[in-house]
Design a protein around this ligand. Structure first.
Ligand SMILES: [Mn+2]
Length: 449
């Protein structure tokens, strides 16, 4: 069965349900998961069905079982689900999985479940398709009119960092289609800044994190003064010459920390605009993610249904989250990363913050060409998150493998991708863990960077 046939079967299955059916959508809580749920909900609503959405932060088997037991006639799982296919098929309910993570089970049809996993159709789920892209393909299969949902497919892919280096694969096709049919417009190359005064926007910029500037309003004030840009000016208001001065200064600031060329190419670039949303997709994608990470999944999702009314609320919520994160990043910047022979690391009181921050640190801090680790103590456990740059992986580093082996050594669980991974370990001495990791990387990897 090819992808198209599979989507057709999903569409037929949904349409064959009685119109009184209630369809449960279960999705991940990040931007990609939220865009996936929104696309599905719109498509389902347009067919005249009732829907109910549940967003999960850390999906576990018990939760899926519980949700499957509740009162609904069919289930669609998006941006997750492939790792629960056994559990889901045992429930015997009509279910559809739309996922782009590595599947454990390669069956497209399993009992009453249809598994649409991009990787089963030769599409690389790491870069060529997001959960939202797959949901969009299904929505379009259900009704051509759903092509107006294409900007949300692209926003999901952006949320999963699939736009780094330009869209490819399925994402590229959606991008071309959305542009041709004028559901999106492309801006001139610009920085990723929101619509507030520039001084505030740079102050709260986490991704990119501008060294010496993010979280330091006074320093930004001095900079704007030197560049002869009014502090309260908005980015959209300043002229071409002022923009040029600002762009080159910020780029230089970033390059001083040896940032990855792949990341550097993303700093000043064309942005995607849609009439459905107030700002470009890069900025909105980050707002949704920040709002959801600060525990307001509901607001993040509702915003897509009602962007005009909820814009100010989601903006405030995401700012509060960013203020908290920037404070911590600034501390790391002031204190410096801890460094051993083969890694750099920092400690963080909250594991989910540490995980997000390790990505930012890896991209924008000078990590001396070493992978970054974040450690968080949580009662009698230690959470580890780690990130590397693509170049290190190409030279043989495998963080997922490392996390699996560390979990075996200390007790706990761990795994992930080569480039980003994590583990939760039973309480043990942090120095011992650091020494162990440093040693393993040193043995297999030293001198290769
Ligand atoms: Mn995803």
């Amino acid at each position: 069965m090819d992808l198209r046939d599979c989507l057709r079967r999903c569409s037929e299955k949904i349409k064959s349900l009685p119109k009184t059916s209630r369809i449960r959508i279960i999705s991940h809580y990040d931007t990609d998961g939220i865009c996936s749920a929104y696309i599905l909900a719109k498509a389902i609503e347009r067919e005249g069905f009732d829907f109910h959405i549940t967003l999960l932060e850390h999906p576990v088997k018990e939760e899926i079982e519980r949700l499957g037991d509740e009162d609904s006639d069919a289930m669609i799982l998006s941006d997750l689900g492939s790792s629960f296919i056994d559990t889901i098929s045992k429930m015997g309910r009509d279910s559809i999985i739309l996922d782009h993570h590595q599947p454990e089970d390669r069956d497209v049809i399993k009992g009453s479940v249809i598994q649409v996993n991009s990787n089963l159709f030769g599409i690389d789920g790491d870069i060529d398709a997001s959960g939202s892209s797959l949901c969009y393909l299904l929505a379009k299969e259900m009704n051509k009119e759903n092509i107006d949902l294409s900007p949300f497919a692209l926003m999901g892919a952006i949320g999963d960092k699939q736009s780094l280096g330009g869209f490819s694969g399925v994402n590229r096709e959606i991008f071309d289609e959305a542009r041709r049919e004028e559901f999106i417009k492309i801006s001139r190359p610009s920085l990723k800044l929101g619509d507030g005064p520039i001084i505030q926007e740079i102050n709260l910029s986490v991704d990119p994190f501008y060294p010496g500037l993010s979280g330091r309003e006074e320093e930004i004030g001095k900079l704007l003064d030197r560049l002869s840009i009014r502090e309260d000016a908005r980015y959209s208001e300043i002229g071409g010459e002022e923009k040029k001065r600002l762009h080159s200064f910020l780029m230089l600031t970033l390059l001083r920390n040896n940032i990855d060329p792949l990341v550097a190419n993303n700093i000043i670039k064309e942005r995607i605009l849609t009439e459905k949303l107030p700002l470009n997709l890069d900025v909105i994608s980050e707002m949704i993610d920040a709002c959801s990470k600060s525990n307001d999944h509901g607001l993040a999702l509702s915003f897509l249904f009602n962007p005009e009314d909820l814009y100010e609320r989601i903006k405030r919520r995401s700012e509060a989250y960013k203020i908290r994160i920037i404070e911590k990043l600034r501390e790391i910047e002031d204190r410096g990363l801890k460094e051993t022979r083969n890694i750099v690391y920092f400690t963080c009181d909250k594991a989910s913050d540490g995980s997000y921050m390790s990505g930012i640190v890896s991209s924008y801090f000078d990590c001396k060409n070493k992978p970054v680790f974040s450690f968080s103590k949580d009662r009698n456990k230690i959470h580890v998150s780690c990130r590397a740059r693509r170049k290190m992986v190409e030279r043989g580093l495998n963080l997922g493998g490392l996390m699996r082996s560390i979990a075996q050594r200390f007790g706990g669980s761990g795994g992930g991708h080569k480039i980003a991974a994590g583990a939760t370990l039973e309480e043990t001495d942090l120095d011992e863990i650091v020494r162990y990791i440093d040693d393993i990387i040193g043995k297999g990897y030293e001198g290769k960077v």
